[in-house]
Design a protein around this ligand. Structure first.
Ligand code: ZN
Ligand code: ZN
Length: 128
């Protein structure tokens, strides 16, 4: 398996770094290839963070910080992420980060305190 030929995208275009292309940003004529380094989100295909388009580095301009990894995404994906309500653009460093919906200081819920099934059993031979 090689990354030079990776099948086709949704528009039926050949993808993989062996395939020369033009940046998918409208009005941009930069030549790129459809390899991973130009793929929105850094991976072929569409996923929850990125589309299946290919852009020059100038148009893969937005950084998405997922905590354990960074992805470069295009303008359209930045807009759809930040309007989804799950991500916000941090205006200090222009990085997109997930919105933590659990930031309220709720105390940990101890009510689900199941009895230890082993407790009271004769496992320790205490019945002696
Ligand atoms: Zn995109
Ligand atoms: Zn471009």
């Amino acid at each position: 398996m090689s990354w030079s030929h990776c099948g086709k995208d949704k528009q039926g275009r050949l993808i993989g770094y062996a395939h020369e292309a033009i940046c998918d940003h409208e009005d941009c004529n930069k030549s790129i290839d459809r390899g991973l380094s130009y793929a929105c989100g850094g991976m072929h295909g569409e996923d929850e963070h990125s589309c299946d388009k290919y852009f020059c580095s100038e148009h893969l301009e937005w950084t998405l910080d997922l905590g354990d990894e960074y992805k470069n995404v295009c303008q359209d994906c930045m807009v759809s992420l930040t309007t989804s309500g799950d991500y916000a653009l941090n205006v200090e460093d222009w990085v997109i980060r997930p919105i933590n919906h659990n930031t309220q200081d709720e105390p940990f819920d101890f009510s689900n305190d199941d009895e230890d099934p082993w407790f009271g059993d004769d496992m320790m031979g205490a019945s002696g």
